[in-house]
Design a protein around this ligand. Structure first.
Ligand SMILES: Nc1ncnc2c1ncn2[C@@H]1O[C@H](COP(=O)(O)OP(=O)(O)OP(=O)(O)O)[C@@H](O)[C@H]1O
Length: 387
């Protein structure tokens, strides 16, 4: 459905426009306003996909209406309606952000074409805005290597879908960061992303942790409790270290994924949940499958989209950027002076064997900021960056 608002003081013109547009398609829903004030009021209260606005009107003219609407809802395209003699004005309105103009009396084809184009553009603007949705600063993903650029482009494409994503890579490479991006760029941000570290929860507790339990279902279960899947309803569940999950828990997760419903431990009542599952592991799941430790059917359910985060050693060009990023961040957090890195120091750090762990890199930067000279030298690196 496309909601279209006509702001026009002449009722005859309003009627003609409404008739032409609403007869063109059942998906066009046309509303009217007799003057600019009423028009703006409607725009503030409701969302429209397109506005047609007369230029010459009493009370408030079209130029003013255009400027006001652009301030409150800049994404709505506005097509101006110009009468005889205000062609120049009509052209000017486009400089002020009008999408296009049509002349009175409206030509049927031109009108309908303009409406279609404007609606298409609206969709594009909204789409772009959504894609550009910023991920909060807390989850900045630094890096210009091909690998990072590729990962970001996959995130852009996948985040808005409900496709399940399996993120693989060595420890501390940024898998959790990728999961946060997937959530923050999705349409699920009104609900939380709930993280479960499957390796940290004893296997006998994981089921109740994920799906909840009812009172009395096991010793210590003294009241009903919702699990992480329920808590994340409408949002994302991030199953970190999924490769460490017990086979019995894997069977339960499989059911949740297959049927989109869960039941609390000790209850046979099904609860419908709407969650997007993102999982991560540093294990080679194919190997785990061949050795009987991971269910192949679960793997296929989880790995609709695979994102491999490479070790730092495989994207060395990102190391200087990361060092600078952490140096600024640490100085800011701890209120210490920003130190610079000499070129030799930077080169040496870039060559180190980082095994892929970004946490380790951050620790080294922190140590150098505290212990190194005001310009961190190669000697500082040799002295303090050893692992
Ligand atoms: N590209 C990056 N830019 C900036 N910071 C990053 C980047 N990648 C990772 N980090 C930071 O490094 C730390 C480790 O990242 P993260 O926790 O996402 O790794 P992980 O692969 O999930 O680790 P683990 O396997 O141990 O769970 C975090 O503090 C994260 O913010």
């Amino acid at each position: 459905m496309s909601k279209i608002l006509i702001i026009e003081d002449e009722s005859a013109i309003r009627r003609v426009l409404k008739k032409i547009i609403s007869e063109e398609s059942d998906t066009y829903l046309v509303d009217e306003a007799e003057d600019g004030l009423e028009g703006i009021e409607k725009v503030q209260k409701e969302d429209f996909d397109l506005i047609l606005c007369d230029i010459k009107m009493p009370k408030m003219d079209g130029m003013e209406v255009l400027e006001k609407i652009k301030k409150v809802k800049p994404e709505i395209p506005i097509v101006m309606i110009s009468g005889h003699g205000d062609l120049e004005l009509a052209v000017n309105t486009m400089r002020l952000g009008a999408f296009d103009y049509i002349s009175k009396p409206p030509d049927l084809n031109r009108l309908l074409n303009t409406v279609r184009n404007a609606l298409d553009r609206k969709e594009l603007v909204v789409e772009n805005k959504r894609l550009k949705k910023k991920v909060s600063k807390k989850y900045e993903m630094v890096g210009e290597s091909d690998a990072i650029v590729h990962i970001k482009s996959i995130i852009e494409k996948v985040a808005i879908t409900d496709a399940r994503v399996l993120i693989t890579g060595p420890n501390g490479t940024g898998k959790e960061l990728v999961a946060h991006w997937l959530h923050e760029k999705s349409n699920r941000t009104k609900a939380p992303m709930i993280e479960v570290n499957c390796a940290a929860i004893p296997s006998e507790l994981i089921e109740s942790e994920l799906f909840g339990h009812v009172k009395g279902s096991f010793t210590g279960a003294n009241k009903d409790r919702a699990g992480k899947f329920e808590a994340a309803n409408g949002g994302t569940v991030f199953l970190d270290e999924i490769g460490d999950m017990s086979l019995s828990a894997q069977a339960k997760v499989l059911r949740a994924l297959q049927e989109n419903k869960i039941s609390r431990v000790g209850s046979d009542k099904d609860i419908k949940v709407d969650v997007r599952v993102v999982a991560a592991t540093n294990k080679d799941l194919k190997k785990e499958i061949s050795e009987g430790r991971f269910r192949e059917d679960l793997y296929h359910r989880l790995a609709v989209i695979l994102i491999k985060v490479p070790a730092l050693n495989e994207r060395r060009e990102d190391i200087p950027l990361l060092i600078q990023f952490f140096a600024n961040k640490i100085s800011e957090e701890q209120g210490v002076a920003v130190k610079t890195f000499s070129k030799e120091a930077m080169d040496l750090l870039q060559q180190y064997d980082w095994t892929g762990n970004i946490r380790e890199l951050r620790n080294v930067v922190e140590r150098l900021l505290i212990l190194g000279e005001s310009e961190i030298s190669k000697t500082d690196v040799s002295l303090f960056a050893s692992k």
